[in-house]
Design a protein around this ligand. Structure first.
Ligand code: HEC
Length: 222
């Protein structure tokens, strides 16, 4: 396989993009070109047709799934904080997040999840491809000085799954349970539930993690 020429195509048809912008931005493409090792990694099986301006249906569906996940979770989290404070809201993160993810996975046939490089629950530990994506999201967010969400999309081929990820920035409300000044009450509950918690000490605007969608390879038949 000619990796070099595939990578050229890859950087021309950059799949990294700001979530708010329809077409890839220059700074995002530049970040990819700089990340040679990563570019080589994701080059395999990249067949997305950005050049024609058409959006891949699986990209659109992945985007909808993660937006639905985010808005349901934020809605339930905010309601729980208002009703019973952050200690009660821990249940939303612990119970509801995986339930919503399973529900969306069942409905779509994709594997929908949340992950983070510094995770609270080891169940959410990143797979190797997610780890690479998280590193690049973090790099892009710090080098661009922007908190704008980023997306990643690679169309699978040769039996590889099609993969999508969307960056999750740390918002103000997240600091209640992921910041540097988490209350003693909360720390006690979190410490009991998650003895190996790595998800404290985040700052507003920093990359907290990513929503992830993996499509089984048989879905990629069109
Ligand atoms: C009420 C406390 C609380 C708040 C507020 C909160 N989280 Fe969490 N978060 C948790 C808990 C508890 C977990 C572990 C859930 C589990 O067991 O899967 C978690 C897990 C996560 C994960 C999965 C990765 C991991 O660390 O295990 C992400 C991503 C995440 N939170 C992002 C956020 C974001 C973004 C916000 C703000 C919009 C937020 N959280 C607000 C308590 C909270």
């Amino acid at each position: 396989m000619n990796i070099r020429s595939k990578c050229k195509v890859y950087s021309n048809r950059c799949t990294w993009r700001s979530a708010e912008v329809a077409l890839p931005t220059m700074s995002v493409c530049r970040a990819i070109r700089n990340a040679v090792r990563f570019a080589v990694l994701v080059c395999f099986g990249m067949t997305m047709n950005v050049a024609s301006g058409e959006e891949d249906p699986l990209l659109l569906e992945s985007r909808d799934l993660t937006k639905a996940f985010a808005s349901r979770l934020t809605g339930e989290l905010t309601a729980a904080i208002e009703k019973g404070g952050p200690v009660l809201a821990i249940e939303v993160c612990k119970e509801r997040a995986p339930q919503i993810a399973s529900e969306l996975s069942r409905k779509s046939g994709a594997k929908v999840s949340r992950t983070s490089a510094r995770y609270r629950n080891p169940t959410n530990a990143p797979e190797p491809w997610q780890q690479e994506v998280l590193e690049h999201f973090a790099q892009e967010m710090s080098s661009a000085g922007s908190t704008q969400p980023l997306e990643y999309f690679v169309r699978g081929s040769d039996g590889e799954p099609t993969r999508y990820a969307r960056a999750i920035p740390t918002g103000g409300v997240c600091l209640l349970c992921h910041g540097s000044n988490v209350s003693d009450d909360l720390l006690k509950v979190l410490g009991a539930e998650y003895p190996f918690d790595q998800a404290l000490g985040y700052e507003a605007g920093a990359l907290r993690g990513a929503f992830s969608v993996s499509w089984p390879s048989e879905e990629v038949s069109q």
